[in-house]
Design a protein around this ligand. Structure first.
Ligand code: NOJ
Length: 729
């Protein structure tokens, strides 16, 4: 790969040869043709009027497009071919939210690397991933695509995935350009409705929503996508403050910005732009270098430049940024590295990786009487549920290039693991997750009755989460709740396995189950990973990256919330049923909570059980008076007191007790995944600096204020093992 300054020189040389129309061409991205390449598209390619395409999945078409651009256009500039490689390409890894539940960024990095290799060999050099929108509302379907509610966790995954996709050299055959999306605030959509308005005070934006993007930029992300939403009244795609002031000037981002699909044109619907010409002007001025799919740049930018409304220097700057990435990707190398020879099947290595990622992402929510792992003495099992044997649905949202035929379902894996001599009684119960047809219930109940235990696979089909798939109700769709109640009539122990793209309100059904595994959408190796856990080859070790609400009315509910003047922990709470008839007006306990459900979530952030027991003790700090700007350590002893070797995610939280702007009751600051043998004790040491204790104050300065802090270390966000320290000048 040429050095950066060589790349700058090459970009400048090329730029000097380009006509205005050719420059604008580089700023245009369109979707690929569905069939053969139409003549008018060939002509546009020859004229250098397209800089990038997305979704050109036919290998021959992909190569032919590149050939025309490279050989038949005046300057021979190749296209950058893009695809949404969100959690895998041919091999599907767990959905990103599930990957976050591993709390193992290195593993996510490995998955991204594997996906990059598959995608690049299929002719793609650019993915629109990772998505790093902080999401605190599981109604929003796109929670599936991100890393959950916490900025520290999300930032670690954002940078890890960028490293995984991009490698150390973008021109490597195993590397593709990553894209940090959606900049910014997209996850804060009002009401959890996709594309909806985000109103985010600047300090919250900087403390919560932006850190993953900053981490991606620091990791060298090649591109950033401007979001669909408006934020504080200005669409992200026309947002100078976000795209120029923060991204480029403050953070020094040197890659290029692509709009989201038609988000330039959609600024008209937002009521921010008058027409397409206005939309082109506002986007370029804001700093959108490439327009995805709508044609405001192609149709109006030349005129805007001729009129002088859009300075030509801005166009040059955008094109330079795009060309630089093309060079870094090696697209100008000879022979041209376009490949377009997709693998015939997932490799064994990628399958193994997918299985490990799934295994570590699955969260054990309940395990009454230690039903799991299942006893080796069981001789018959019922496998029931609409998601027990559906190889398509286990792959999750944004499965574009994976195939159902590659996936191993839970039923197939159970059969494979237990072998012929074992009696497995299967019934779907419902044909699919949304079905209300209870016609198969009787048969399913019979299968349960003639088995010693039941594995029940329910949840959401892949299409119910992801883009534009927000839900107002978060219960198990269709008649699945009724199916669970029906199976419970068998009196047999039930292992409930939930496959879903988001937290579901499962409080009503967990009572029927002895054990509950939350498996998300685990990808290609769903079945083997679940089998490993159910039969105890490994212990579950996933931890929730997002709080599970009891009910939709409790949303938003997240661990890093603020206190109030009346915190509910401090007073006895009168619940709805305790209120006497015709009660005289009173404030009933004076606390911030709901009369009907209290204030606690169904499951807290960071939560997840294990087959073994981890005991935390001896929390210590290097000093309880920390000098500003000095490094310090916090440590804890973790002992595996149970009987099985297992992994645990050790989590460190703090609270800044008094500050000039109130701080959350807990903030995650660090974490580490460890593996302990039975009876083994490990001292886990976190190396911190006072810098991580700060926040943006009322004048938007990042400050660490001296004063008292609490610090907890434990296995989830409700841990009570705490110590105190002070930061002093
Ligand atoms: C719209 C989505 O918001 C974005 O995430 C995706 O990358 C583009 N479409 C391209 O498919």
């Amino acid at each position: 790969m040429p050095l950066n300054n060589e790349i700058d020189e090459k970009a400048d040389e090329l730029l000097a040869k380009m006509a205005l129309a050719e420059k604008i061409g580089q700023m245009v991205q369109i979707a690929g043709p569905k069939g053969p390449i139409p003549d008018d598209l060939k002509q546009r390619l020859r004229e250098g009027k397209i800089g990038s395409m997305l979704n050109v999945t036919d290998p021959q078409t992909n190569l032919e497009i590149q050939r025309i651009a490279a050989e038949e256009s005046r300057l021979g500039i190749p296209l950058i071919m893009a695809r949404d490689v969100i959690h895998g390409f041919r091999t599907l890894f767990p959905i990103p939210l599930a990957q976050a539940a591993t709390w193992d960024p290195q593993l996510a990095e490995a998955c991204a690397k594997a996906a990059a290799k598959e995608a690049r060999s299929a002719g793609f050099q650019w993915t629109f991933a990772p998505m790093m929108d902080i999401a605190r509302d599981p109604r929003w379907g796109r929670v599936a695509e991100g890393f959950g509610e916490d900025p520290v966790l999300a930032a670690r995954f954002a940078s890890a995935m960028v490293r995984g996709f991009q490698g150390s050299d973008l021109s490597d055959p195993g590397s593709i350009a990553a894209c940090a999306k959606h900049f910014a605030g997209y996850g804060a959509a009002e009401g959890g409705r996709d594309y909806d308005t985000a109103n985010i005070p600047e300090n919250l934006l900087r403390d919560v929503y932006l850190p993953p993007f900053k981490a991606a930029v620091d990791a060298g992300v090649a591109t950033v996508m401007s979001a669909f939403n408006e934020i504080n009244g200005i669409p992200a795609t026309g947002n100078i403050r976000l795209l120029r002031h923060i991204l480029r000037n403050e953070w020094g981002f040197s890659g290029f910005v692509v709009s989201d699909w038609r988000s330039v044109a959609e600024m008209i619907d937002h009521g921010f732009c008058e027409d397409m010409k206005d939309a082109a002007e506002k986007s370029v001025l804001a700093g959108v270098d490439m327009e995805m799919q709508s044609s405001a740049y192609a149709d109006h930018l030349e005129k805007l430049a001729m009129e002088g409304t859009v300075p030509r220097t801005l166009i040059d700057e955008a094109v330079r940024r795009i060309l630089r990435i093309k060079w870094r990707l090696g697209l100008f190398n000879k022979p041209a590295p376009y490949y377009a020879k997709p693998a015939d099947a997932p490799s064994m290595e990628d399958r193994e990786l997918s299985r490990t990622a799934a295994l570590k992402s699955i969260v054990l929510l309940k395990n009454k009487n230690r039903l799991l792992p299942l006893s080796k003495n069981i001789r018959s099992l019922a496998v029931i549920g609409p998601l027990a044997d559906d190889p398509y649905e286990v792959l999750g949202t944004w499965n574009r290039d994976g195939r159902a035929e590659d996936a191993v379902t839970p039923l197939a894996a159970v059969r494979n693991f237990l072998g012929e001599s074992f009696r497995i009684h299967y019934s779907a119960g419902l044909d699919y997750s949304r079905s209300s047809d209870t016609g198969q219930f009787a048969r399913a109940l019979e299968e349960a009755q003639r088995s010693e235990a039941v594995l029940l696979f329910v949840g959401e089909e892949a299409i119910l989460s992801g883009e534009a798939h927000s839900r107002a109700y978060l219960n198990l769709p269709g008649s699945q709740e009724a199916l669970i109640a029906e199976i419970a009539r068998s009196g047999k122990p039930i292992v409930l396995v939930i496959l879903a793209g988001r937290p579901l309100t499962i409080g009503a059904v967990t009572q029927y189950a002895d054990a509950v595994l939350y498996a998300w959408h685990p990808g290609t190796m769903c079945g083997p990973a679940i089998v490993d856990l159910i039969f105890g080859n490994e212990s579950p070790s996933g931890k929730l990256p997002i709080t599970f609400p009891k009910t939709e009315g409790q949303i938003p509910v997240y661990h890093a919330h603020k206190s109030t003047g009346r915190p509910p922990e401090n007073v006895p709470l009168t619940m709805m049923e305790d209120i006497p008839l015709r009660a005289y007006q009173s404030s009933l306990g004076d606390a911030s909570r709901y009369l009907d459900i209290g204030y606690l979530p169904l499951y807290p952030f960071g939560y997840g059980l294990s087959y073994t027991e981890f005991v935390y003790a001896n929390i210590k700090m290097s000093s309880n008076r920390i000098r500003m700007d000095e490094p310090f350590e916090a440590s804890v002893e973790v002992t595996n007191t149970g009987g099985m070797e297992a992994e645990e995610v050790v989590q460190l939280y703090i609270r800044d007790l008094t500050a000039s702007l109130t701080r959350p009751v807990r903030e995650l600051k660090d974490f580490e995944r460890i593996r302990l043998k039975p009876k083994e004790t490990r001292t886990v040491v976190f190396h911190l600096s006072t810098d991580v204790l700060g926040f943006h104050n009322s004048v938007m300065e990042y400050v660490v204020e001296p004063g008292r802090f609490h610090l907890w270390i434990g296995g989830d966000s409700t841990t009570t093992l705490m110590t105190e320290f002070a930061v002093v000048r």
